[in-house]
Design a protein around this ligand. Structure first.
Ligand code: ADP
Ligand code: MG
Length: 260
């Protein structure tokens, strides 16, 4: 820990210094300390209770647990969409509660990609426009946003579907579009809430293999909320929540079928 002040100063330096700095880098990608979240007053719901969790850079974590155990609450706190009742959330070493709204929004845009069970694509936009949207919102020019979105669609295997709207795509294809959109800024952290929940098992497995490949390529940290036991085999560690508490944490043995 005593390297930290030194480390923060060097992080802004030239690449060769940053490379040295990385060896002393003690920041986890996600650090949750005594994290609690209550909803409502009086007889309130304790959705999360004293959760401590550290996720290293490049690590893949599956969060499992029954419905209502606090999984989505955890994701909302990690991405800064909701605020904890008590405790701390650090993303890439940055304490979220110390940030203003603008800084938190910027952090989410630059550091976090999100995918959801229901894909959350805009139905009036084509696949290409959906993927390009975050870039357009940044004010980048059409030609550049289309090029980058097109390359990302190709990466997820949807080059031929660029001009289709979501209702002309299958569930698996929609999730691929959503993944391409989530990764358009190549964020260091990918959060997924039940990404295979609306897909049949074969399509779900294809999506998990796609995430494996993207993880290898970008070395992003992945936090995957899932009911799918098979999904755990695509992660390094499985954390189980029950009634808002971490009740189990086990190392997983990632599948080694040669396709990872
Ligand atoms: P999971 O994603 O594991 O199904 P959630 O995080 O959605 O669980 O919910 C955890 C608990 O918090 C549940 O009891 C749920 O009813 C409650 N809860 C979630 N969101 C809210 C909210 N906005 N207002 C009140 N209670 C909520
Ligand atoms: Mg949920």
């Amino acid at each position: 820990m005593h390297f930290r002040p030194f480390s923060i100063r060097l992080r802004d330096g030239p690449p060769e210094i940053q490379a040295i700095d990385k060896r002393f880098d003690t920041r986890g990608m996600i650090e949750l300390t005594n994290l609690s979240k209550n909803y409502g007053d009086g007889a309130c719901v304790r959705a999360l209770s004293n959760v401590n969790l550290r996720v290293e850079r490049g690590e893949r974590i599956a969060v499992m647990g029954p419905s209502g155990s606090g999984k989505s609450t955890l994701l909302n706190l990690v991405c800064g969409l909701d605020q904890p009742t008590s405790g701390s959330v650090k993303i890439d070493g940055l304490e979220l509660s110390a940030m203003g709204d603008d800084a938190r929004t910027r952090m989410r845009r630059e550091k976090i990609g999100m995918i959801f069970q229901t894909f959350n694509l805009l139905s009036t936009l084509t696949a290409l426009e959906n993927v390009a949207l975050p870039l357009r919102l940044q004010g980048l020019r059409r030609r550049e946003t289309d090029q980058r979105a097109s390359a990302m669609l190709e990466r997820v295997g949807l080059k031929d579907r660029a001009q289709h709207r979501p209702d002309a795509l299958s569930g698996g294809e929609r999730q691929r579009v959503a993944i391409a959109r989530a990764l358009i800024f190549t964020p260091p952290l990918l959060l997924a809430d039940e990404p295979t929940g609306n897909l049949d098992s074969t399509t779900g497995e294809e999506i998990l293999h796609l995430l494996d490949g993207l993880h290898r390529e970008y070395n992003c940290t992945i936090l995957l909320v899932t009911h799918n036991v098979l999904a755990a085999h695509h992660c390094d560690r499985v954390v189980t929540l029950r009634d808002g508490k971490v009740v189990q944490e086990v190392r997983s043995t990632p599948a080694s079928d040669g396709r990872r």
